[in-house]
Write a protein that binds this ligand. Sequence first.
Ligand code: PLP
Length: 387
Amino acid sequence: MNTKTVQTSLIHSDYEAPGGFEAFPPGVHRASTVLFENVAAMRSGQWKDKSAYTYGLHGTPTTFTLEARLAQVEGGAHCLLAPSGLAAIAMINFALLKSGDDVLLPENVYNPNRELGRWLSQDFGVSARFYDPMVGSGIADLIQPNTKLVWTEAPGSVSMEVPDLPAICRAAKDKGVPVALDNTWSAGLALRGFDVGADIVMHALTKYQSGGAGLLMGAVITRDGGLNERLAQAHMRLGLGVGADDAYLVMRGLPTMKLRFEAHDGAARKVAAWLKARPEIAKVLHPAFEDCPGHANWRRDFSGAGGLFSVLFDPRYTEEQTDRFVDSLQLFGLGYSWGGPNSLVMPYRIRAIRSQWQEQGVLVRFNIGLEDTRDLIADIEQALARL
Ligand SMILES: *Cc1c(COP(=O)(O)O)cnc(C)c1O
């Protein structure tokens, strides 16, 4: 029977595992090449509507499964994965913008998206304009005939303002301009983007979905088939495939995501409340606290909060002093990103990333992980003593 040489049989084995295996974890299908049954199947296979597999870049059962699960969490119909949150943002920008078009981004947008906007302006003939995140329905006055995309983020990165999403989305819809929402902070749990009128919802799965601080991935979710098709085209043209092992790891995180999110939320509010009572802290920029611009929008639209918030130190403290505070923390890692079990801290030079910034005092961002809050508060207390 086996007439192949050893070398060929190492590649073309005769053994096939029996079918009918069932388990809770989804299978991990790794592939660049996807095999077709025959030429007719190869010629008729469609990757765009996910009715067939054509190439690893266009999806495998593993990535399709993750996409479908994420779309369900957010209440969407379609989902596309990208190798990072930023790649998901780039997919949206390149799908919807071309030379001569205009895009509106909030002042407090995730900074690499601002950087991408600048690049589109400088080298691709797109105008990128930045708006006050608290503009609300006033966005209507900023929309031009060539405006093809409005970005929103809730709350905004670092400074944490919560925009009036329904007002912005309504105004944009009236003018026929799609709104993209970076919904990473809420993980699709504390806010469902389509409920407030967004057309495209983007997530950095790097954060709560993965939950382990061990991988990078992004997702773009839509309800509208036409929008999804444009996004899928950009996804294909830019080659934004993701690895099956990473997709599997994200799926492993999903069953516990809501429980983790609620634990982060409760812990962050405890730590933030403790900080608010301290004389060293001038303001707590946490959407659930009144100091935070847009707090009323958060109360109206959100059902919870994540583990991420910022504080402003009293202006009497210099950056040298607050840097000493950050360096004195033992349990808080100094690093970017968030959503994992470890608490993190990051000081920001906010004036370098915001053109309109009126507040005084150094801004420090906290990501509250899953440690016991008593230990976290004790750690912050000893570091405050070193100010
Ligand atoms: C982290 C983050 C991103 C980007 O995600 P990466 O996977 O790190 O590229 C985008 N938006 C927000 C709000 C984020 O916090």
